[in-house]
Design a protein around this ligand. Structure first.
Ligand code: COA
Length: 150
């Protein structure tokens, strides 16, 4: 198993992992655009096939996790924890002093993961996620202090 950087020409593979992990999948072009945009970077875990990835943006001293996806069969093996830790290191190297994310208030696995990796709750965005007929869901804003960049 290998953890490495991923690039926009690999967006199809990342989109497949995303589609396996989320009801509302992001398309390959959307993922490629974020990766090629300012401060975009991704990290991927793979064997002979991609299993998990994290997509982030680091700009002007702050970084954000845009998405994190682990294919269902590869969960609870520490892949997300490894990706979050590696992304925090990469964001720090890029000069970020804090790493932020938004997570649905009822996403128990993700809340457990972020609490386990040192994030704290920094705010609430009411009605942030549109769930169609099911209404809207609040987002919890979480923050990880990365300390001062060297
Ligand atoms: C959330 C998600 C990324 C976790 O991936 P994962 O590789 O299974 O997580 P890890 O194995 O690294 O778990 C690390 C820690 O997170 C917590 N955690 C992970 N899954 C959990 C669950 N289902 N319930 C409670 N805590 C959980 C635990 O503390 C776990 O440590 P432990 O296994 O030693 O108890 C994965 O479930 C996923 O892709 N979900 C769908 C997409 C999603 O919600 N992404 C995040 C959006 S912000």
């Amino acid at each position: 198993m290998k953890l490495r950087g991923a690039w926009s020409h690999e967006a199809d593979a990342l989109a497949q992992v995303h589609a396996a992990a989320f009801d509302h999948a992001w398309s390959a072009p959307e993922i490629a655009q974020l990766l090629d945009g300012p401060g975009g970077f991704a990290l991927l875990v793979e064997t002979d096939q991609p299993l998990a990835f994290i997509l982030c943006r680091a700009i002007a001293g702050e970084a954000e996790i845009l998405t994190l996806a682990v294919t269902p069969a590869a969960r609870r093996r520490g892949l997300a924890r490894a990706l979050v830790d590696a992304a925090a290191g990469a964001a720090r190297m890029a000069g970020a002093e804090a790493l932020f994310l938004e997570v649905a208030h009822d996403n128990v696995p993700a809340l457990g993961l972020y609490e386990a990796t040192g994030f704290s709750r920094a705010g609430l965005r009411r009605g942030y996620y549109d769930r169609g007929a099911a209404g809207a869901a609040d987002a919890v804003v979480m923050r990880l202090d990365l300390g001062r960049a060297a």
